[in-house]
Design a protein around this ligand. Structure first.
Ligand code: CA
Ligand code: CA
Length: 302
């Protein structure tokens, strides 16, 4: 198995990133994932305005996947997210959904014991997730800083991007140029205070090219749903983009007129919030597997 060291990072998903590793389609790759502060915060006295802000949100990679071409999908199976023994979370006045109410900057160093984070004596079961994950964007989207999610993926901060689930990314550049970082030990929907449990991790993924399938936004396959992940300036804008894709897929999959598919989506598709604190916010349109399988939906992408 090939490994990408945590020293090889990018701070933007750029159309012309230089790969640090080349693999065949179907290979498993081990990524050393740094935390979003590049491990600069180790003590509660390490105030966030004292750290090097040029080193925030590093993404490990990128990896060139042979045979991936624009117009394909990159299938990323998440095989393991092994987090380290300590994470960090912080409140920064001016950030988060309650930005005006937060008066004091705090940093909390939170140990992990037996699969649980221990915060102020409260034991929190871990659910490790990947915050930043994506591929090189199209030329028209230009470089996307790693703090910003968009059509290439990036800082989607989606708490269902976990072990056992699969993410499909639209390939926009030869080799796809895949990178990841910013794991969280756990995080609620929304990431409301601006951080999750920020934590370094060893991440193992299988990277597989799916030929000739075009998508606009990343697609997440969970045990019980297919989720279109879209990001935009507002929740409403992002949700429109996600739901448009979901309704079009249902129309194609069930051979329905668009309005019937719209109605069917209203009865069955969940709107979910990923995060509301990054430069663009992220939502998902979640189509249940009991209605239609991910495989059947992917057939409609041409
Ligand atoms: Ca993040
Ligand atoms: Ca984070």
């Amino acid at each position: 198995m090939q490994k990408v060291s945590g020293e090889h990072v990018v701070y933007a998903f750029s159309p012309d990133m230089t790969p640090v590793l080349e693999v065949e389609s179907g290979e498993i790759v081990h990524f050393e994932s740094n935390d979003c502060f590049y491990q600069q915060v180790q003590l509660e006295s390490h105030v966030l305005d004292g750290i090097d802000h040029d080193r925030l949100n590093p993404a490990t990679g990128p990896v060139y996947v042979r045979s991936a071409e624009p117009g394909d999908l990159l299938r990323v199976d998440i095989l393991a997210i092994d987090v380290q023994a300590q994470g960090v979370a912080a409140v920064v006045p001016g950030e988060g959904i309650l930005s005006e109410e937060a008066k004091e900057a705090i940093v909390r160093v939170i140990p992990v014991e037996n699969g649980e984070a221990v915060f102020k004596g409260i034991r929190l079961p871990l659910r490790p997730m990947i915050g930043v994950i994506g591929v090189a964007p199209g030329d028209e989207d230009g470089p996307c800083p790693t703090d910003t999610p968009f059509r290439h993926g990036g800082n989607m901060d989606t708490n269902e991007i976990v072990k056992g689930h699969t993410v499909y990314f639209p390939v926009r550049q030869p080799g796809a140029l895949f990178a990841l970082g910013d794991c969280h030990g756990l995080m609620g929907d929304g990431e409301i205070c601006f951080t999750g449990l920020e934590i370094p991790a060893d991440v193992f993924v299988r990277l597989t090219v799916v030929k000739n399938k075009r998508a606009v936004w990343p697609i997440l396959q969970t045990a019980d749903a297919t989720q279109i992940i879209a990001s935009g300036p507002t929740l409403e804008a992002a949700l429109k983009d996600a739901m448009k894709v979901a309704v079009d897929l249902l129309a194609a999959s069930f051979s329905l007129m668009w309005e019937d598919a719209y109605l069917l989506a209203s009865l069955t598709v969940d709107a979910k919030i990923s995060q509301v604190v990054d430069p663009l916010v992220t939502v998902r349109a979640s189509i249940p597997q009991w209605l239609v399988s991910t495989e059947a939906l992917l057939k409609e992408l041409t």
